[in-house]
Design a protein around this ligand. Structure first.
Ligand code: NAD
Length: 246
């Protein structure tokens, strides 16, 4: 596959590494300040079949419109631009190209979500068990709890009826058992970690996902590039997984 990298930062470089390992060709690496000189044209993309876009929230929608106009399918991992989805969708549909986007391309994380949902369904039946969530990341992470922890909490709440809401805690004082407790740790260079704890009266089960590095996101984005090539329309990673994992 011929791939253009739009955004050649940490993720762009991680995608390049896994793409070259898998025998694909990188036809263009586009970053600032090239961005001002309209490199997102068929010529600038240098024969790419798919572009992988990891830039910044303020740049992604314009880049995706330009990629559609250039007739190139796209994978977008940039987060925080989704308010502009409508105009991007119009551009992709009128160009009859393909776009797949996701805030998290890690297939390991998505597998973990499925396992967590299955665990939550069992926990619903184990009425004297408690369930909680713990996440830990390096100290430079901008938010807490992580977006992944919020989405995971939502999955647990959908399945466990005795948990009404999630709360970042424990704060002080006793914790209401109807609250799904989410604990966040930020320290040093801890790799992104999420765990679901199922606490029984006599034993406990822990489901844990730990990211070693950005490779998981990059490999997922590469799988998405293979999937989107030649498809028409706008898709999310859930569409791809419904196709691949169902
Ligand atoms: P980064 O800062 O290391 O790299 C971004 C690069 O994009 C920089 O080199 C920057 O110069 C370049 N850039 C900015 N505007 C540009 C433009 N208009 N045209 C071309 N290049 C431009 O950041 P990163 O860690 O690579 O992350 C990039 C984005 O991806 C962020 O939004 C981040 O939240 C997101 N992200 C998503 C996933 C996922 O799985 N979807 C995983 C990790 C990061």
């Amino acid at each position: 596959m011929k791939i253009a990298l739009v955004g050649y930062g940490r993720m762009g470089k991680a995608v390049e590494r896994v793409a070259l390992e898998a025998g694909h060709e990188v036809t263009a690496r586009i970053d600032l300040p090239d961005a001002g000189s309209a490199p997102l044209t068929a010529e600038g993309l240098n024969g790419a079949e798919v572009a992988v876009e990891f830039t910044a929230p303020t740049a992604a929608a314009d880049n995706l419109e330009a990629l559609a106009a250039a007739g190139v399918d796209a994978v977008c991992g940039t987060t925080g631009w989704y308010e502009e989805l409508d105009r991007v969708r119009k551009a992709v549909e009128s160009a009859a190209t393909g776009l797949i986007y996701a805030p998290n391309f890690s297939l390991g994380v998505h597998a973990f979500f499925r396992l967590a949902r299955a665990a939550a369904r069992l926990a619903e039946r184990l009425e004297d068990w408690d369930v909680h969530l713990l996440e830990a990341h390096h100290r430079h992470k901008a938010d807490h709890p992580s977006g992944t922890a919020r989405a995971l909490a939502q999955v647990l709440l959908e399945e466990i009826t005795r948990k009404r809401v999630w709360e970042l805690g424990p704060g002080s004082g006793p914790v209401d058992p109807a609250i799904l407790q989410v604990t966040a740790v930020r320290a040093g260079s801890i790799p992104g970690t999420h765990s679901v704890g199922l606490e029984g009266p006599d034993d406990r089960i822990e489901l844990r996902h730990e990211a070693r590095d950005r490779g998981g996101f990059a490999r997922g984005a590469l799988a998405a590039a293979e999937w989107i090539r030649g498809r028409k329309g706008v898709f999310t990673l859930d569409d791809m997984l419904a196709d691949r994992w169902s």
